[in-house]
Design a protein around this ligand. Structure first.
Ligand code: MLT
Length: 204
């Protein structure tokens, strides 16, 4: 998959794996990674589905309605890619922390829903419930940060609470941070996520 890899200065710091929103690229969240953990290695991936020329991580049938078959294929493809990238760049696959926004948060969340131990932790900015009606692999206390909007028209507060409950029920350690800027990823949300990251894995 098309991606950027940047080697960090601290080999002990978790590797940040970045997933942009619809229409974005692997460049978008690099500044976010700098704020969250400047010494971490960064693997930033470009979604390999195109919707009217806009990169995404999986197909959708309409706004907010996912193509579940494609979601599963892309989730597995990504899971495989992460293993290959860990081997290629000499990274510890168990030390990967996801940062995703919108469609990118949805694919990072889908990894949690389908693969045990997918992430050491995850920062999900404005995620939706990626799939319903399946048993989520045990999360065993995996720390997960959800940035949500009280007035987000795409990821509604009801859906945020549903996702929070599903991840909690699977044993995740969930933190939800609410703002009121719709679906936007704001500086203050990034700063809150950075403080959350640093409370778990230190300031690097
Ligand atoms: C999705 O399709 O993943 C969500 O609707 C978020 C987005 O607009 O990309």
């Amino acid at each position: 998959m098309k991606h950027i890899f940047q080697k960090g200065s601290d080999p002990e710091a978790p590797t940040l794996v970045l997933f942009h929103g619809t229409g974005g690229t692997e460049q978008d969240l690099l500044p976010v990674a700098q704020i969250v953990s400047p010494a971490s290695s960064v693997l930033s991936i470009r979604g390999n589905v195109l919707e009217n020329g806009m990169p995404r991580f999986f197909k959708r049938l309409s706004e907010g309605v996912f193509d579940e078959e494609d979601l599963l294929i892309r989730t597995n493809e990504l899971h495989e890619f992460l293993g290959e990238a860990a081997a290629a760049y000499g990274l510890d696959r168990t030390q990967f922390v996801a940062i995703g926004y919108s469609n990118g948060a949805n694919i990072a969340g889908s990894l949690l829903f389908h693969h045990q131990g997918a992430w050491k932790g995850a920062i999900l900015h404005h995620p939706m419930v990626p799939r319903r009606g399946i048993e989520i692999p045990k999360l065993n206390g995996t720390p997960i940060f959800i940035g949500a909007g009280t007035n987000d028209p795409i990821c509604t507060p009801q859906e945020t609470e549903e996702l929070e409950q599903l991840l909690r029920d699977a044993g995740g350690d969930i933190t939800v941070s609410w703002e009121s800027f719709g679906h936007r990823l704001t500086h203050s949300e990034v700063n809150t996520a950075a403080a959350w990251f640093q409370s778990h894995w230190g300031s690097r």
